[in-house]
Write a protein of this length. Structure first.
Lengths: 397, 397
């Protein structure tokens, strides 16, 4: 396949119907006449959007396809972390196989780019990184997978982990991950200094899980912003979860949002219903990039998740009390443009010259397409059809 | 149809497979041999649960099937109420037709009983009540619909509304509704005295929308509990939404929960992600009946909702941070047993003698069936199959 297509009757972002010419895997033009011999797809008046972006998940440890996991885990964060390390061995969770399963599920739902945090610890070593790297290579033509080296079990508290993080980056991980500098690693300065030093050495972005609540999380956020400025890493740093931005002290929240915007630190939300969350509209209005992700999909942490970024847009909308059509479109934006900006995807969008990563959605308007979550009519990656009617055209190798 | 069935290979509540004999619309026995000539359904090892219960919705004003409604409504509660009254006329929302559409959608998803609040106000008068009564009569063999006379636009602040509420109850509404005694009607004592007087006169239960936050809502809740006790209406009163039970003051919440349990006042949650919510597990552990509902489905208030009570169970689970299998089963329980107890449904359940209102679900366990939300395999009402594979067998008349 050359990545040439001619798509009739599509409505870009829900606007008036037109045709789309794709040449060499990129959008060539709208409204042209079809070239002879090129594959024609009837868009059937579907809405056309750029590929959905899954900007935060854990491909290496989903239990998809492994039979139902009966969850009897205790309530604390540390219970979940320790249970998972034990279950990885017991259940034989194969990172390559499992990441392939979830990646293909994502593609079936219209995601064309994925950022996956992948566990690095002193028990499994780099097997997670190696497995997801293999998946990213095997399926490179149907989805872009970016790998974050993620010290899930803590870093400074488990000697040997920093060296494994370095090795993960040498192997090809694209981003340095971090985790609750105070709550898990018990040393916010130490944790963040190591993370940012690795980022500087390897010239890679940073993406830190920050579950710490309220004033504790806000302190960690300040430390992250300070380092982003000091190392001129504006635009290269993401704070995932950022529950502290949902805290009660609105003056403090406002000052944090200003600092995030000024230092161009991005925010990733999974819009959990049971935790305080970053206020999406206020952040976007302040100029902060906000993206969304599924977080874990069917893993030992919890049974939910289906890797469908339209469903995630619904959850972002429900969590933020988005009811108006423009608000639902903003929820979708976190799952498209916001994710693309967070991941630094080049040539993303619907303009001529952009990569032909596209999804055709059923619906009269963008908001209807989001709330309906109908099976995606067609998903296109680099000008090739990779899924139809909710089914990926490729199976796990 | 006589309501006789023989269902093979079903797993009641996910337990060991058995057969189920249905005679005259009721469950006769498990594990019997089939009688000659009776219709046999192969359960295919599906999970068997009693019919789902939609315990709080607004059948009269869904916009299902009416084209996409572009929501541009303002942020305040009163904006939504006033916008809706205007749009009812402009859009021509027909309560009979619309309630039928949603009721049939509910049936397709496995709901066999619905409590619907239905607007009563001085502009539309009783047309909502009449329309939903017509639907409840027309579709009585496929779903039980209970009607709450609901003063959506306020009661005391709009003279003439109390008389319409009385008339609604005379026409056949089954429950007296109420709404934010302080925030909307500006007179908590006055509002509740009228509501409870109507309940006493007509011998009907009470179900009050209480959106009032924190200490204000808690005060209204105390007034409701006082009247429940004084009129010996234990077990006949529901507080819907009850956001005040999600407030910060945990000692106050604990004392309210004790009082609710003692007065046998039920709680209905729609588990909204953007508001404080009643803590389901604590309430259930204290002995309070907790049920769940979709609230509005695709109306002028908001675009969400699909009348699927398995999806509602997922939202209850996500909102309450339910991760363990026993917790997900509890979320489902609010959509089955909890709803049945709230509505006072007789002979509900899977025991011999119970009405044969049944749903066959795909899944290895109850938790998997909930999170998958697969199309319902079979829905049975009074011993008759009313939906298969997610499709109702009846269309809007």
């Amino acid at each position: 396949m050359t990545g040439d297509l001619y798509i009739t009757r599509v409505r870009p972002m829900g606007e008036a119907a037109t045709s789309l010419t794709v040449r060499g895997g990129r959008i060539a033009a709208c409204g042209e006449v079809a070239s002879p011999g090129v594959e024609v797809i009837d868009g059937g008046d579907a809405i056309l959007i750029p590929g959905l972006v899954e900007a935060h998940t854990h491909l290496d440890k989903t239990l998809l396809g492994m039979g139902w996991y009966r969850n009897e885990v205790g309530p604390r964060l540390i219970d979940k972390i320790e249970n998972e390390r034990a279950e990885k061995k017991r259940l034989g969770i194969d990172p390559a196989r499992q990441s392939a399963r979830q990646a293909i599920l994502s593609v079936s739902h219209g995601s064309t780019a994925i950022r996956s945090h992948v566990d690095v610890d002193t028990e499994i070593g780099l097997s997670g990184i190696e497995g997801v790297l293999r998946t990213s290579e095997t399926y490179r033509d149907i989805v872009d997978i970016e790998i974050v080296a993620f010290p899930q079990s803590g870093m400074l508290i488990r000697p040997g982990t920093v060296e494994l993080m370095e090795e993960a980056l040498r192997l090809g991980a694209h981003v340095v991950g971090g985790l609750d500098p105070s709550a898990i690693d018990r040393d916010p300065k130490g944790h963040l200094d190591v993370i940012f030093r690795l980022a500087e050495r390897f010239g890679v972005p940073v993406d830190i899980h920050l579950h710490e609540p309220a004033e504790l999380g806000a302190f960690s956020m300040e430390l992250i912003i300070e380092r982003t400025r000091a190392l001129s890493m504006q635009g290269k740093v993401t704070i995932s979860h950022a529950f502290c931005l949902g805290m009660a002290d609105q003056d403090y929240v406002a000052s944090l949002i200003d600092s995030l915007a000024e230092a161009r630190v991005h925010i990733l939300t999974t819009a959990p219903a049971s935790r305080p969350v970053p206020p999406v509209k206020r952040l976007v209005e302040a100029g902060v990039v906000v993206a969304a992700g599924s977080d874990g999909v069917r893993d030992t942490w919890g049974p939910y998740g289906n890797a469908d970024m339209l469903e995630r847009a619904v959850l972002v909308g429900l969590r933020n009390n988005f009811r108006r059509d423009d608000e639902v479109a903003l929820a979708l934006d976190t799952c498209t443009m916001g994710g693309a900006r967070l991941m630094g995807l080049e040539d993303y969008g619907l303009a001529p010259g952009c990569k032909a990563d596209l999804v055709l959605l059923d619906g009269e308007t963008l908001a209807e397409a989001v709330v309906n979550r109908a099976p995606r009519r067609i998903v296109i990656k680099g000008g090739r059809v990779v899924a139809r009617n909710g089914q990926a055209l490729i199976e796990v190798a």
